[in-house]
Design a binder for this molecule. Structure first.
Ligand SMILES: Nc1ncnc2c1ncn2[C@@H]1O[C@H](COP(=O)(O)OP(=O)(O)O)[C@@H](O)[C@H]1O
Ligand SMILES: [Mg+2]
Length: 318
């Protein structure tokens, strides 16, 4: 027992160090960094919706550096094909045999930049890989790396020439987050620190990637009592029934919220999920999955507002 306590204490210290390292680079985004780490612990993928230049690429690169994760970035474009992402069988002219050349998806942390610029075919190839942790090419299946996490980015203001992700695909992301601008003071700090060189070059690996599966296994052990689980479900089920909703949270959404809440509890050094974990993550796990009907949309209702109302109204277990 003593041993478990010590090892898990080490894990927590390592996680604190990861956050500190990330914050040597990314300024003023403490809550987003927490959520990104929570997703990572919960084996989830993240959709980052933001305008250009707010540190999305830098955040992904920094996260990879703090864990020594293998990192790939793919710029999604309309002509990107599934095999550009997944890999392809290449003919060996010497003996006529084929060998598989892995695509960039075979990595630990994949940054899929501007995912809504690729064709639906390529998008779904990625999302299938995300969901199944494997890819199938010419009838043969190849497992992806473990850990494997996707951070996909989307520009919220640019719609021309894009293929918005369908709801079924959005559902594959555990959370949708956005960084937003730093405040003036934080931006000033960023400018000062960047005068001489790039702080990303000084980021240290503080948690070896091979330990991540162990942490993820601990997260899965975090307990969720009956009342809290039922509370979670009441929240999700309400997103299906509320007036104005066309598509509410799926069972995959409930699962995402459940796992994320476990990861938040672990991240905050607790062995059980509290209603506060659920409340803190409900919006980030849910808003991207909900579609309002046109009457509600034209009536000026927003998904964010709907989620807030549900969260405020639903009685919280003590
Ligand atoms: N909150 C922030 N803290 C520190 N640096 C930032 C922040 N936001 C943006 N930057 C810096 O601005 C530049 C552009 O960031 P980048 O990660 O390329 O943005 P994006 O991928 O969102 O377009 C980088 O040098 C990055 O470090
Ligand atoms: Mg970028």
């Amino acid at each position: 027992m003593e041993l478990t306590v010590t090892t898990s204490e080490n894990h927590h210290t390592a996680l604190d160090d990861v956050k500190k390292q990330i914050e040597t680079v990314i300024k003023g985004k403490s809550e987003v960094v927490d959520r990104l780490l929570i997703c990572m612990l919960a084996r989830g993928h993240v959709l980052l919706e933001d305008v250009p230049g707010v540190g999305k690429t830098t955040l992904a690169r920094t996260l990879a550096a703090t864990l020594g994760l293998q990192f790939s970035r793919i710029q999604f474009t309309p002509d990107l094909l599934p095999h550009d992402l997944l890999g392809t069988n290449v003919l060996n002219p010497q003996d006529g045999s084929f060998s598989f050349h892995q695509g960039p998806v075979f990595t630990n942390l994949l940054l899929a930049d501007e995912i809504n610029r690729a064709s639906p075919r390529t998008q779904s190839a990625l999302l299938e890989a995300m969901n199944e942790q494997q890819v199938t090419i010419d009838g043969k299946t190849y497992p992806l790396a473990a850990p494997f996490m996707v951070i996909a980015t989307e520009n919220p203001v640019e719609f021309q020439g894009t293929y918005p992700l369908p709801e079924a695909q959005l559902d594959r992301f555990m959370m949708r987050l956005s960084l937003g601008y730093p405040n003036a003071e934080e931006e000033l700090t960023m400018l000062r620190e960047r005068r001489i060189d790039d702080p990303l070059q000084h980021v240290r690996m503080v948690l070896p990637a091979r330990k991540l599966p162990l942490l993820q296994a601990h997260v899965a052990q975090v307990s969720v009592n009956e009342d809290v689980a039922k509370y979670m479900l009441r929240l999700v089920i309400r997103t299906r029934r509320e007036s104005g909703v066309e598509i509410g949270g799926s069972p995959r959404a409930s699962l995402a919220l459940y796992r994320a809440a476990q990861a938040r509890a672990f991240y905050n050094r607790r062995e059980y999920v509290s209603p506060a974990d659920v409340q803190a993550l409900f919006a980030d796990c849910m808003t991207h999955r909900i579609v309002l009907n046109s009457a509600a949309r034209y009536g000026g209702v927003s998904v964010e507002q709907l989620i807030r109302t549900i969260s405020d109204e639903e009685p919280v277990p003590s």
